[in-house]
Design a protein around this ligand. Structure first.
Ligand SMILES: Cc1cc2nc3c(=O)[nH]c(=O)nc-3n(C[C@H](O)[C@H](O)[C@H](O)COP(=O)(O)OP(=O)(O)OC[C@H]3O[C@@H](n4cnc5c(N)ncnc54)[C@H](O)[C@@H]3O)c2cc1C
Length: 456
């Protein structure tokens, strides 16, 4: 029997590991709870009607259609038995009694990613919409569009103002992108669509507990991003901590202890993240450490302490360097991609009886887009802003997007909307996450130091 490699997670890390193992003398089983690879860097464009869901997701089966040594299983991984080398599975919702109870492995690669955390305020989640999954992005889109529809019919001026107020929590790249896109939607795309309200009067507020937007970028680019956002009409509120979200409003606390309540029905969450629960599970089984964000600490070759046959990667890990220092890489796609490729090489090396060299991350830079022809980028020592940065952002995203058809479709959509300001995917659907809880519409809390900087 050939060597069995099980890969958990068809995200950036898992897909790249499988892609680079497809020619190796191994049998690969890729398990994901979704049947598609999601290009998370563009889900916020689904949330603002710029792209359709199918343009940022690609079926895993299609990616590996021609790889005879790869089989894909649509199932939820519920646990791992490190001793007997088995992965336990459960059915995903809507499928019953079909997933095998377990799958055995000789090598296990785990890239289960992360999710947004609400900093101990789980009750905020019901009001707080985030854009990490495709379902939640579709839900956010419905909530934003419904807010304008409600404002059109609302006769009470205060209630109308609350409908037209959008609060984005966390001024990292996702928060900056979301607030810029909502502002462009209100200012350009929806302008003229309504009769009772002027969409340009919408208030978009970007909140963070730190003292500037894009805290991980150099201060000069951070200032340029802030100016660019303000040019779009976004109100930036830094040095504010979200202390409450109740579906009708967001309450912020200032450094001097005073508080401010902002009536707002729609709140988008783009703050901190927490690692997949599989990270804690593996840590418990192996005795590895986890940090406050739930990331498991792996060895320099990304293996689990005491288990060279188990590799973990991407958003769910931090890495012990050869010198013993623990490195937390940014939660961005290039880290997961490079670790996926590395994992494939490490498996191949071990099969040849050789020891893999430690993982080394090559940092190619940081980009955040703000809106149409507005972005900031740091590539090594080069700092770009405005149109040149936006062009780099566009090319990089098209390059990494999986699927030729998706690349062409996205390029066409972006080109059309560049000239027309249009957004064709302005659909209100009843997808999960799109319906606000009873008594509330859409709201999200802002959190201490709220920023997704550590997520990207
Ligand atoms: C809104 C947003 C915008 C972003 N923008 C950027 C950006 O512009 N640039 C950038 O570089 N990075 C960006 N990132 C970060 C980037 O997307 C992540 O760093 C990257 O996806 C991490 O890859 P991963 O393989 O670790 O996990 P993921 O890509 O999250 O993949 C994890 C996979 O595991 C599956 N899975 C998890 N648990 C289970 C289970 N128990 N059973 C079965 N399957 C499971 C999930 O379904 C998923 O497919 C963004 C993230 C978000 C949320």
């Amino acid at each position: 029997m050939s060597h069995r490699v099980v890969v958990i997670g068809g995200g950036f890390g898992g897909v790249n590991a499988v892609q680079h193992l497809r020619g190796a003398p191994v049998e690969i089983t890729l398990i994901d709870r979704r049947n598609f690879h999601l290009f998370q860097p563009l889900t916020y464009q689904v949330a603002t009607g710029a792209l359709s869901p199918g343009e940022v997701a690609y079926p895993l089966r299609a990616i590996f259609k021609n790889a005879d040594n790869v089989r894909v299983l649509l199932a939820e991984v519920t646990g791992v038995d490190l001793e007997s080398r088995r992965v336990m599975l459960a059915d995903v919702p809507g499928m019953e009694a079909v997933a095998p109870a377990e799958v055995g492995y000789d090598t296990l690669i785990v890239g289960a990613g992360s999710s947004y955390s609400y900093f101990g305020h789980e009750d905020w989640r019901q009001y707080a919409a985030e854009v990490k999954t495709l379902e939640s992005a579709i839900g956010v889109r419905s909530r934003i569009l419904r807010a304008f529809e409600a404002a059109e019919m609302q006769t009470d001026p205060d209630a109308r103002a609350a409908e037209m107020t959008f609060v984005v929590v966390g001024a990292g790249p996702t928060g900056v992108e979301m607030s810029g896109q909502i502002a462009e939607l209100a200012r350009d795309t929806l302008h003229g669509d309504f009769r009772a309200v002027d969409s340009r009067n919408a208030r978009v507020i970007l909140v963070d507990a730190l003292d500037r937007v894009l805290n991980d970028f150099p201060a000069s680019l951070s200032r340029k991003a802030a100016r660019s956002l303000e040019g779009l009409g976004v109100t930036i509120m830094v040095n504010r901590t979200v202390v409450d979200v109740d579906g009708e409003s967001v309450t912020l606390s200032h450094a001097d202890g005073s508080t401010e309540r902002i009536p707002a029905r729609t709140v988008v969450w783009a703050a901190g993240v927490t690692a997949s629960s599989l990270s804690g599970h593996l840590a418990e089984l192996s005795g590895a450490e986890v940090d406050r964000a739930g990331r498991i600490t792996v060895e320099p070759d990304l293996s689990l302490p005491g288990h060279p046959e188990v590799i973990a990667l991407g958003d769910m890990i931090r890495v012990r360097g050869s010198d013993g220092e623990i490195v937390t890489y940014p939660g961005v796609a290039p880290v997961a991609i490079q670790q996926g490729r590395y994992a494939a090489k490490a498996v191949a090396r071990r099969l040849e009886g050789r020891t893999p060299a430690p993982f080394h991350y090559v940092d190619k830079g940081n980009i955040a887009t703000i809106g149409r022809a507005r972005a900031v980028a740091q590539i090594k020592f080069l700092k770009l802003s405005g149109f040149p940065a936006w062009l780099v952002w566009l090319l990089v995203h098209l390059f990494y997007l999986i699927g030729f058809q998706n690349r062409v479709l996205v390029l066409i959509k972006w080109s059309v909307s560049f000239f027309t300001h249009g957004r064709s995917a302005r659909i209100i659907s009843n997808a999960p996450g799109g319906d606000p809880p009873a008594g509330g519409h859409i709201a999200e809390p802002a959190v201490r130091g709220a920023s997704d900087a550590d997520a990207r």
